[in-house]
Ligand binder design. Structure first.
Ligand SMILES: Cc1cc2nc3c(=O)[nH]c(=O)nc-3n(C[C@H](O)[C@H](O)[C@H](O)COP(=O)(O)O)c2cc1C
Length: 169
């Protein structure tokens, strides 16, 4: 699938089949994460690849909108390290770009995905720190839930001219 089609057809997919995602595809998704732009260059994130269903079930104790993780074939926890950023305050932007790249890559591979948000909600982030042994100086930013789609959603990609401005507002 080309990039434009992947961008237009990406939707949050929360129902998955039990088909296994290959290690090669997981690595492609991680390479996409690491290919994202970042302020000043360099990576501020680490990625925890999770396939252990018990660990994913634990997450639901701390996040009420994370039920798709029960069906996910794999999930990637995005952990930000603010000490690695080149310019102060930019790490959430860099982490978002990296997370979005994974969603687009997954779509292009025919894999459904959903961004499960943790930052900036303290209780949710502390929950992930406990479950995945993440130290307090690091930020459990988001989880990308992954699985082959068991639901179909209409693509976006409409052009809404009411929010487009030419030259000036
Ligand atoms: C920062 C962020 C946090 C999100 N957190 C959650 C979440 O916790 N649970 C969830 O089911 N979806 C979550 N989503 C997905 C949104 O609900 C979804 O993108 C939005 O409803 C638009 O639908 P679409 O992705 O199908 O276009 C999150 C998306 C973003 C960008």
């Amino acid at each position: 699938m080309d990039a434009i089609n992947a961008l237009f057809s990406r939707r949050s997919i929360r129902a998955y089949t039990d088909k296994e995602i290959s290690q090669e595809d997981i690595e492609t998704i991680l390479r996409a994460a690491m290919s994202a732009p970042s302020a000043g260059g360099g990576n501020v994130c680490h990625y925890i690849v999770v396939k252990d269903k018990d660990l994913l079930k634990e997450v639901l104790k701390y996040h009420q909108y994370a039920h798709m993780l029960l069906q996910a074939n794999a999930a990637i926890v995005v952990v930000s390290d603010p000490s690695l950023e080149k310019y102060p305050g930019r790490w959430p932007l860099n982490s978002s770009a990296s997370t979005e790249n994974m969603l687009i890559a997954a779509t292009a591979l025919g894999i459904g995905s959903c961004w499960v948000g943790f930052y900036p909600v303290e209780e949710r982030m502390n929950g992930l720190r406990k479950i995945f042994n993440i130290s307090d100086n690091l930020i459990p930013f988001a989880i990308v839930s992954l699985g082959y789609p068991a639901e179909n959603k209409k693509p976006h990609g409409e052009l809404d001219s009411s929010i487009i401005h030419n030259n000036k507002w």
